[in-house]
Design a protein around this ligand. Structure first.
Ligand code: SAH
Length: 408
């Protein structure tokens, strides 16, 4: 990925026209189309609308009306995207400015403040917080902003003003480098006020994250509750954290009194941050750079077993067309992970693939475990925590699946 680091403030290369106006161009929904949007889904697909005769720049704010005059709301438009309009408000001609964004940010903030005592959480989760195309992770006075749509990119200036007003962050890191941006015709870049390395406090552990060049925003808040669950069952146990990244599960288990904890990952920079975090917390953990499939085969061949095994891989099903190949990989991982779990052990298998349905993932995990000849009890089915709210009409956007099994 071609990313550069330059400081805010910056010059916008994308259209922001219309953002401050309250008299927006109109997009018409075709007759009898827009059924999902009528029921409350905040999206209109490109085949559901009359493409405007006059060209509208990607990201332009529009009012959406039915052929019968029915108001769908105010949103932003991108002729290049399959999701042509993402709605921001239920009325037409709503001004989408710093004040509008500030109200959404403050609502998002008050939800997190009600749930968490410390200022470490996902502050904005896109449609789930009424701000499509935007995710914001907060690490005390640093915020990491991810923009995935042309519409949100066009709102960067008022967004920065709204963030300053709501939080006055000391540092803002802009990660505009998600692969999803290509679907919107956007380029890839990173902009940071400062260096990217920060501390994260979670479940009583101090971790480190690289917000400018780590994966996604540098930290996976989505697994917080699952890490706490694993930690709660790790006292006095041996724990293997496969795909440990910066030490998320392994260090939570070590803090909870695991008798030994080991992490495997292929990323040397991630493992270096995990090592640093172990030292900062005075915890002893072994982090090994390895390919997880190869290392699990090796551990199995040498009959090494762990009381608690976690496998939280990168997405194996990146696109719908990869479903069968990815599903097989989840099955194989479940088999290998179960084969290194000790008798009576705990196994946590996770998937962050949007494109594998939860039932299919559960089926592959069950089949993989069964191949080892072990029986298992599915004791917990979980997803991301409450700082990852979903739009109620988009339950399928719950990408994270975490299944915990008690093995015989
Ligand atoms: N469990 C982590 C998040 C894991 S993200 C947490 O709690 O924060 C997936 C991780 O898999 C990344 O750190 C990536 O470096 C690693 N990875 C990807 N392919 C791998 C492979 N073949 N072997 C080992 N690690 C791999």
């Amino acid at each position: 990925m071609d990313s550069t680091s330059v400081a805010w403030p910056f010059v916008l290369n994308h259209a922001s026209a219309g953002a401050m106006s309250s008299n927006h161009p109109v997009i018409r929904v075709k007759p009898r189309e827009g059924r999902r949007a009528r029921a409350g889904t905040p999206w209109l697909f490109s085949n559901e609308i009359e493409m405007p005769a006059k060209t509208l720049a990607p990201g332009m704010i529009v009012s959406v009306l039915g052929d019968d005059g029915r108001v769908f709301g105010t949103g932003y438009f991108n002729p290049k995207s399959l999701i042509a309009v993402r709605l921001l408000a239920a009325s037409a001609d709503v001004a989408i400015d710093a004040e509008f964004l500030g109200v959404k940010l403050k609502q998002a903030l008050s939800l997190r403040e009600a749930v968490y005592r410390a200022p470490f959480y996902r502050l904005v989760n896109a449609e789930g917080d009424g701000l499509p195309g935007l995710t914001v992770d907060r690490f005390a006075d640093t915020v990491v902003v991810q923009i995935t749509t042309a519409g949100m990119e066009a709102l960067l200036e008022p967004l920065r003003a709204a963030l300053d007003d709501a939080l006055a962050p000391a540092q803002v890191v802009l990660r505009a480098d998600s692969p999803a941006r290509a679907l919107e015709g956007l380029d890839s870049y990173v902009r940071a006020d400062d260096g990217g390395r920060i501390a994260v406090e979670e479940n009583g552990v101090r971790y480190f994250a690289d917000t400018a060049s780590g994966q996604k925003t540098g930290w996976y808040y989505d697994q917080r509750d699952n890490r706490a669950f694993v930690a709660s069952l790790s006292r006095g146990k041996s724990v293997l954290d496969a795909y440990c990244y910066t030490g998320g599960f392994a260090l939570a288990a070590a803090r909870a009194g695991a008798k030994e904890a080991a992490g495997l990952d292929s990323s040397a920079p991630a493992l270096a941050l995990a090592e640093e975090a172990a030292a900062a917390n005075g915890l002893s953990c072994k982090f090994v750079k390895a390919d997880v499939f190869e290392e699990l085969e090796r551990l199995w061949a040498s009959r090494e077993q762990f009381d608690v095994v976690v496998a939280d891989p990168p997405p194996f099903v990146k696109a719908k067309k990869d479903l069968e190949v990815g599903a097989k990989a989840y099955r194989k991982l479940a088999r290998l992970a179960a084969s290194v779990a000790a008798p009576g052990g705990l196994l946590l298998l996770a998937s962050c693939s949007h494109n594998i349905p939860p039932e299919r993932f559960a089926l592959e995990c069950a089949a993989g475990i069964a191949r080892t000849g072990r029986t298992a009890k599915l004791i917990r089915q979980a997803g991301a925590g409450p700082d990852h709210p979903l739009h109620p009409m988009l339950p399928e956007s719950a990408y994270l699946k975490a299944l915990a099994y008690a093995l015989d």
